[in-house]
Ligand binder design. Structure first.
Ligand code: ATP
Length: 367
């Protein structure tokens, strides 16, 4: 392995996870050739089907290999009728988030040219926001620990100062980077501080951190009002940090605004590690048919290259990330390709190849 090789743990997982991963790796091949960098990719097993075969969804060796890589590229894991004995779903991604402290779930909701989302308003073409889902605590801190008696059940939400401070700094730094590329420079905390002490605490800590980022505007918004405003005026928002369960829900709403789950990428980022995966799951209803939209996976790949560019001081990777994003826009906007989720006939492999070709031939200017 040469010193400029980046080690990538490739975890395709279950269902369409494996299908969209293949498409993304073809795009990565093209980006490497054009921009002169190399990755060392290691396939790392995990997922619900592995659990059914072996009794382990994320074997310790897989965890170690993911942890030791420079970045993790992840498809999707889980399958509805394969469950742990307590009835919960197989979700190694949740385990990786907690064990690697990937506290920041970055979920860009950006309108892609030519892709019609749920809103008819022409301003929907300018939607460009990021749902920043706290990913290690909140309601999910109760996962596997809830109390169930004959008469009642109870899950407890946990919000810590340390994590809220980290998430808030992350939000302001992200807004500043986006502002340098034409973003709005606005961070809006989404909470329910009018009802719960934990959210009043979160809001207070958020504003303490905001005072240290005076160049970025800081606001807060109740989650119920945000559900309304994400439908009514999503183009006005920029970076939206929020508690874990709120982020889980609102990121699916956000995906609906831009054409569906097939268009929503994500990154789970911590201080030292990061995992990149589409926001969608393994989609058993369409798995094996070759019709999954690989765009979310390919845009997650672009996010991985951007993150590596920044954390490993490798500017060529930032150019590659921009070229991939541009190629996605060209495929849908200029070439008018239509995947099955848009009612079209372009399959997973065909879209992946088109985007790879656009990246390879330089038809898309990375600037
Ligand atoms: P999870 O809880 O594991 O995130 P989920 O239960 O929310 O998963 P998904 O697997 O994300 O469900 O699928 C939700 C719906 O979106 C399904 O109808 C699925 O077919 C569709 N879908 C998800 N991803 C894609 C994709 N890449 N292309 C086309 N349709 C998709």
């Amino acid at each position: 392995m040469t010193s400029n090789q980046h080690r990538i743990a490739v975890m395709p997982g279950d269902g369409i996870g494996a299908e969209v991963m293949e498409a993304a790796l073809g795009v990565l091949d093209a980006a490497e050739r054009r921009f002169g960098f190399a990755t060392a990719r290691e396939r790392v097993p995990g997922g619900a089907l592995l659990y059914r075969e072996t009794g382990a969804a994320l074997p310790e060796d897989s965890f170690n290999r993911a942890r030791d890589a420079d970045a993790i590229l992840f498809g999707a894991m889980g399958w509805p009728d394969i469950r742990y004995p307590d009835g919960t779903e197989i979700a190694p991604q949740l385990e990786l988030r907690v064990r690697l402290d990937l506290f920041a779930g970055v979920r860009p909701i950006r309108a892609i040219p030519g892709v019609r989302g749920a809103l008819a308003d022409p301003r929907a073409e300018t939607i460009d926001l990021v749902i920043l889902r706290e990913s290690t605590e909140g309601m999910f801190a109760s996962r596997g620990k809830g109390l169930v008696t004959h008469d009642y059940a109870e899950d407890t939400q946990r919000i810590t100062r340390a994590c809220t401070e980290k998430l808030s700094h992350f939000a302001f730094n992200l807004a500043r980077r986006r502002k340098s590329r034409g973003g709005k420079g606005l961070v809006t905390l989404v909470d329910k501080a009018n009802v719960f002490a934990s959210f009043a605490f979160m809001r207070q800590v958020f504003h303490e951190v905001a005072a240290r980022h005076p160049d970025i505007a800081a606001r807060h918004h109740y989650v119920d009002a945000m559900a309304l405003d994400l439908v009514r005026r999503p183009w006005e928002f920029d970076v939206l940090p929020m508690e874990n369960l709120f982020g889980d829900i609102l990121s699916d709403l956000g995906a609906g605004l831009i054409g569906g789950m097939g268009f929503a990428p994500s990154a789970d980022v911590g201080a030292t590690h990061a995992l990149f995966q589409p926001s969608h799951g393994s989609a058993p209803d369409i798995a094996g048919q070759g019709i999954a939209n690989p765009t979310a996976m390919i845009l997650s790949l672009a996010m991985m290259l951007d993150w590596l560019a920044e954390t490993r001081a490798a500017p060529a990777l930032a150019d590659a990330a921009a070229a991939i994003t541009g190629a996605v826009d060209t495929a849908f906007g200029t070439h008018r390709l239509r995947t099955a989720d848009l009612g079209g006939a372009t399959g997973t492999v065909a879209l992946g190849r088109t985007i790879a070709a656009l990246v390879a031939d330089g038809a898309v200017d990375p600037t």
